[in-house]
Write a protein that binds this ligand. Structure first.
Ligand SMILES: Cc1cc2nc3c(=O)[nH]c(=O)nc-3n(C[C@H](O)[C@H](O)[C@H](O)COP(=O)(O)O)c2cc1C
Length: 198
């Protein structure tokens, strides 16, 4: 019996990377639905299926990018900063043709909410990994556009829901790629007890 992961799976895990610049090309029909379907197969404790999804595209995505600008301006004014970066922030936010918001249904006690949050994060990663396998780039976003109540309202979320992340989806626009690296697994791991050699 081999203990090596399948080559294709290993490559996908290793080669998937955050995409920072997108072309304006739309995604093929059905691609987003396929990504969401994949996400729903994420493990989740007690089968709470805590995820909800909101897809933002077309004129709604443009409106969301405008909201990005409004929030950035408000924050800059609050913090006494200039507005010189706002236009670039809006342009950057507007790049991916689609945003997929991953939303957690808030229910139960702290322990359940932690577990449900973890399940939603796995679902988001499955979207990224599946997108990669389809030649589609993804960028995980958090911060203002995940936490501001105005975004919550824009998406029509209920009070018992929280945004886990928003995934920008689209085709990669070639740009300078970062060098990706990770620490060696052995540096991060303590082994208690001997692994049986087989
Ligand atoms: C919980 C979480 C939050 C993240 N938030 C952001 C973000 O707000 N903006 C961003 O550009 N990238 C964000 N990222 C992407 C990470 O920066 C990225 O995964 C990291 O740099 C590693 O790069 P890789 O995805 O190419 O392996 C986030 C990722 C995770 C898992």
């Amino acid at each position: 019996m081999t203990s090596a992961p399948q080559e294709a799976l290993w490559q996908a895990i290793h080669d998937r990377s955050t995409i920072y610049h997108f072309t304006p090309d739309p995604l093929p029909t059905g691609a987003v639905d396929q990504l969401i379907e994949a996400a729903t197969w994420a493990p989740n404790h007690r089968l709470t299926e805590p995820w909800r999804f909101v897809v933002v595209a077309g004129e709604s995505k443009q409106a969301l990018a405008q909201l990005r600008g409004d929030l950035a301006r408000q924050r800059a004014e609050r913090e006494g900063r200039g507005l010189d970066r706002v236009a670039a922030q809006v342009a950057e936010f507007d790049e991916p043709p689609v945003y997929l918001y991953v939303v957690q249904q808030l229910a139960g006690d702290d322990s359940r909410q932690r577990e449900d949050y973890a399940a939603c994060a796995i679902a988001a990663y499955i979207v990224q990994l599946t997108a990669h396998s389809m030649g589609i780039g993804a960028r995980w976003g958090t911060g203002l556009m995940a936490t501001d109540p105005a975004v919550h309202r824009f998406l029509g979320l209920e009070s018992e829901q929280q945004i886990v992340c928003f995934l920008g989806l689209g085709y990669e626009r070639p740009s300078d790629r970062r060098v990706r690296s990770r620490r060696q697994a052995a540096e991060l791991t303590r082994y208690l007890g001997a692994l049986a050699a087989r």
